[in-house]
Design a binder for this molecule. Structure first.
Ligand SMILES: [Fe+2]
Length: 339
């Protein structure tokens, strides 16, 4: 398996070589991602994820269903996953990075008001194996970025923290969130960081990870569209900084789908691949449906799933595909994301 140079916020460097000690041109980079993993349920998906030989696994939150301010209990819950034999095999196969969502943050649908957030940040970083000199040990929030690959074949992964700084969002009639027109999701410090990560990148592909969905705006649950100004700010920032081949990934919803939207300054639509959940999913969505004006064709699955990107490094262009797979490595759907 080809391995890639892997840089974490300029602090860690995992230099990997092929078996003969020499690097060769990588033909395809495979990146896997997923979310919503109830640590006390069966975890059948790891073996199928490993079969795809990813260069990187990205957690998109709800790594555990912690929902507690008791950090001993939270640590114990991460332990179920830490000790899982198949997850251990994945860790031996590739680096693992991630962000959190509400349940591993510690409270269902929680935001900046969560009183245990400093403690749960530390427990999260312990689980992710963050060293004491990791920048996330010294700042508030767990946002981070990583660059894979060598010059000309680089993928930058930018993982957002959509919990630590998020203003409150209120549920109104029909259990729908009332739009918060003035509140923030990322907070100013993280926005500045994000702008610098996007503006100062020479990577060929940019994967932006968010626990909650960014593009969809029709369902009643948590989403960036509940903070419409923040959602537009993200699109405007992409238009301003113009990172090459931006892609969004998200979790949280217990379904998998692909959404797209046109944004200024890009000749191709911005795609978002949602992959959730690894251990339990909303199967009824396939019968009942769910409105998403931005969904690509019928790319929707209610089966347990994980997501994959295949980045083909062709001579004159880059070709990116996504697949959402599930039990027995079965493909639920696939989609080409570049022309
Ligand atoms: Fe969630």
């Amino acid at each position: 398996m080809y391995r890639l140079l892997f840089i974490l916020s300029v602090v860690f460097i995992f230099g990997c070589k092929t078996s003969n000690g020499l690097r060769t041109d990588i033909e395809t980079t495979v990146i896997a991602f997923g979310s919503c993993n109830d640590e006390e349920r069966e975890q059948p998906m790891w073996q199928y994820i490993i079969e795809n030989q990813p260069e990187l696994w990205i957690w998109l939150g709800d790594i555990i269903y912690g929902d507690t301010d008791d950090m001993l209990d939270m640590t114990r819950q991460y332990g179920f996953l830490y000790d899982n034999e198949d997850y251990k095999k994945l860790k031996e196969t590739c680096p693992i990075v991630g962000t959190w969502d509400d349940h591993d943050y510690g409270v269902n649908n929680g935001g900046k008001e969560w009183h245990a957030k400093k403690m749960s940040q530390n427990v999260f970083l312990d689980f992710m194996g963050a060293e004491s000199n990791d920048p996330r040990r010294k700042r508030e929030g767990i946002y981070s970025s990583y660059t894979l690959g060598e010059t000309g074949q680089q993928v930058k992964v930018i993982l957002l923290d959509c919990r630590y700084f998020r203003d409150s969002s209120v549920i109104g009639k029909n259990k729908r969130y009332i739009k918060n027109e003035t509140g923030t999701i990322l907070g100013e410090t993280q926005w500045k960081w994000l702008e610098s990560e996007l503006a100062n990148s020479s990577a060929q592909v940019h994967i932006i990870g968010s626990g909650i969905q960014v593009i969809p705006e029709d369902h009643r649950f948590e989403k960036w569209a509940n903070f419409p100004n923040e959602r537009q700010r993200l699109f405007d920032l992409l238009s301003k900084t113009k990172p090459a081949n931006p892609l969004i990934i998200s979790g949280d919803r217990h379904i998998a789908e692909v959404s797209k939207i046109d944004i200024k300054g890009f000749s191709q639509p911005l795609f978002e691949v949602t992959s959730s959940g690894l251990t339990h999913s909303y199967e009824l969505v396939e019968k009942k449906g769910e409105l998403n004006q931005h969904r690509v064709k019928n790319l929707l699955s209610g089966q347990k799933n994980f997501g994959l990107f295949f980045i083909d490094w062709k001579k004159n262009s880059i070709e990116i595909r996504t697949e959402v797979r599930g039990l027995n490595n079965e493909i639920h759907f696939k989609q080409k994301l570049t022309r």
